[in-house]
Design a protein around this ligand. Structure first.
Ligand code: MG
Length: 387
């Protein structure tokens, strides 16, 4: 641990880990979860997050969040809370840094269209793909495929999973069949994600001019902090006013989560991570009141930002790029670059057309926004001179 604060009994203790799929000697100067975190940071999929969309496509502006900066914010929020609750900060960080590795280019638009394309072949789900990236797709080590991460990190990455898919996932899928919980660090990383995107989407939406402070004053979370800030700093305006409100919104959600989780943990007093896993519901959660506020904010963002016509135009265009790239490689796998082409042939030999589709989906999902746009040009623009 990076800190002298002892871990609580219900935290993930590295010595109680369920281990790695491929057995490795223990690290000599780091904890197991630090090693996981370091492997994630050094992965190719992590670097690609820089050029993947959160809400705004990368080339729309340099000031908007990308998947990478979103990921770093999730890790920051998660670590602060983990330390405060005496949970394992390294594990929380590892899960946070890996949580979006499986996202397609162009955010949810990309995921939805790729899922459509893959409907006859088992579907595509970004969360499952994040696990696939760390388990299978990263090519970093001589001894094994993927990153060979600890069970607890993988457990945290796989946030949700249908019972159907869970059946094919061995031990990591069990909890979705038994309706059990993941460890507290996984529960925390999930909510740190929610705190990060709800707040930074407000910030980015305002910056893009797609939503306004006046509209946001109809949303409780925003209005509460707006009123505090205006009473205290009546002359404040512009970006500083927005940032002062948003930092207070983040603080109110983090504080609510810490207080509520502390009360739950004091009431239940789980004696180990396995006691946490066998519970009916999560212990790291917001108060009912904060849950309501968060839902109200999500509804607002969906209506006013994610469905804004300018965002929808980009979404539509992105969907076309993904659909057509998938289609052309599926019909003509020989157009794939050599590595992806070899993968497609190997998967096809093993599981037929479904295998080929999975290899094409892996290739398309791994693209950054700008690579997908370039590749689209190379495939469909007769005037494009590159190959
Ligand atoms: Mg996320």
């Amino acid at each position: 641990m990076a800190t002298d604060i002892p871990l609580a009994p219900y935290a993930a203790h590295p010595e109680q880990s369920r281990g790695r799929s491929f057995s490795e000697p223990p690290p000599s100067y780091r904890s197991e979860y630090q090693r996981d975190r370091d492997r994630i940071v050094h992965s190719a999929a992590f670097r690609r997050l820089e050029y993947k969309t959160q809400v705004f496509v990368n080339h729309e502006g340099d000031m908007f969040r990308t998947r990478l900066t979103h990921t770093i914010e999730v890790a920051q929020i998660g670590r602060s809370i983990a330390r405060c609750l005496q949970l394992n900060e390294d594990l929380t960080e590892a899960i946070a840094l890996a949580h979006d590795l499986g996202h397609t280019p162009f955010g949810h638009a990309g995921q939805d269209v790729l899922n459509e394309c893959m409907r006859a072949y088992g579907g595509f789900e970004h969360n499952l793909q994040s696990l696939r990236v760390v388990d299978e797709l990263e090519e970093k080590y001589a001894d094994f495929r993927g990153l060979n991460l600890s069970f607890e990190t993988r457990e945290g990455i796989l946030k949700h999973c249908s019972p159907d898919k869970a059946k094919g996932l061995a031990e990591i899928g069990q909890r979705f069949l038994l309706r059990r919980q993941p460890g507290l660090e996984a529960q925390l990383a999930n909510l740190a994600d929610e705190i990060a995107y709800n707040n930074h989407d407000v910030d980015d939406g305002l910056r893009a001019g797609l939503i306004t402070v006046e509209q946001l004053c109809d949303v409780s979370l925003f209005r509460q902090q707006y009123e505090v800030v205006m009473a205290r700093y009546p002359d404040l305006s512009g970006r500083r006013r927005v940032h002062e409100i948003i930092r207070r919104m983040i603080n109110s959600q983090v504080t609510d989560l810490i207080n509520n989780a502390k009360a739950n943990l004091a009431r239940v007093q789980p004696e180990s991570i396995d006691a946490v896993r066998s519970m009916d519901g999560p212990l790291i959660c917001f108060s009912d009141e904060m849950n309501e506020f968060n839902l109200e904010m999500k509804r607002f963002l969906r209506r006013q930002l994610y469905q804004h016509y300018r965002v929808q135009r980009m979404t539509n265009k992105a969907g076309r790029v993904i659909r057509e790239l998938f289609g052309v490689f599926m019909t003509e796998p020989k157009l794939l670059p050599p590595e992806a082409s070899r993968e497609a042939a190997a998967f096809e030999a093993a599981t037929g057309e479904e295998g080929r589709a999975r290899a094409v989906a892996d290739y398309v999902a791994g693209m950054t926004d700008r690579y997908a746009i370039l590749e689209y040009g190379r495939m469909f623009d007769p005037a494009a001179l590159t190959w």
